[in-house]
Design a binder for this molecule. Structure first.
Ligand SMILES: Nc1ncnc2c1ncn2CCOCCNC(=O)c1cc(-c2ccc(F)cc2)cc(O)c1O
Ligand SMILES: [Mg+2]
Length: 214
């Protein structure tokens, strides 16, 4: 069966991972995507950088823009302290449907709220809908030309506070040049580039970590 690639990824998880074991879930996805079919998960190499930034920040409330199949959702949620929450936003209903199943299989569903829709519409509703004061951590991994407008939207909606950490995937490949200019030239951010490789490939890519200074 598994007619779409996300569905085949889900099948690989159900076949090769242990229910309730988040590590085995994203490892099964990494194996599948490295050996069978490439897919746009943040992957194991950049995933280690994501893990280390998360461990440092230890967010109580985190936001992910671009769920896809839930690979980074599971990676993030497994590291959250009890009572901490991750809100993840996905535009594509087919991706969201698979992500919900992968998140549940990993057993992290109690820490995760998956919201479907365009980030630009959902960000302004975050405070009222989820009673959020501000985010401690934001992972940007959606349309690369949405990184700047959505960062500005987060600022304007008062969803960032002094010390909020933004971590952006793909700043080199496919690339987010406008975003790099924005956070590196703004006095309101302290930015640092973590050089790595595009998931399951030798092509350079990296993550940009930017601390909002208020
Ligand atoms: N809530 C929302 N609001 C708006 N838009 C939204 C949304 N939720 C999702 N979307 C839509 C976009 O979702 C996917 C974005 N991710 C990527 O496009 C991506 C591409 C590559 C890649 C592809 C081909 C290559 F050759 C080389 C690299 C690698 C990556 O790591 C990527 O992350
Ligand atoms: Mg990405």
């Amino acid at each position: 069966t598994g007619s779409t690639q996300p569905q085949r990824m889900l099948e690989a998880v159900q076949k090769n991972a242990t229910k309730g074991d988040p590590e085995s879930v994203f490892s099964a996805i990494d194996y599948y995507c490295r050996h069978k079919e490439w897919a746009m998960n943040v992957g194991d190499e950049k995933g280690l950088i994501l893990d280390s930034v998360l461990t440092e920040v230890n967010p109580s409330i985190a936001l992910e823009l671009g769920t896809y199949c839930g690979y980074s959702t599971v990676r993030i949620a497994r590291l959250l302290s009890p009572g901490s929450k991750l809100i993840t936003v996905e535009f594509n209903p087919a991706f969201a449907a698979v992500a919900r199943q992968i998140i549940a299989y990993a057993g992290v569903q109690d820490k995760v709220t998956l919201v479907e829709g365009p980030s630009g519409d959902l960000i302004p509703k975050m405070k009222e809908r989820f009673g959020i004061k501000s985010f401690d951590f934001v992972f940007l991994d959606h349309w690369k030309d949405r990184y700047v407008p959505d960062t500005k939207l987060l600022e304007d909606c008062g969803l960032l506070r002094k010390g909020t950490v933004l971590l952006a995937d793909n700043v080199i490949c496919p690339g987010a040049p406008e975003y790099l200019k924005y956070v590196r030239n703004s006095p309101r951010y302290e930015s640092r580039y973590f050089k790595s490789n595009l998931e399951y490939s030798k092509v350079e890519d990296g993550l940009e970590k930017s601390v909002f200074l208020g």
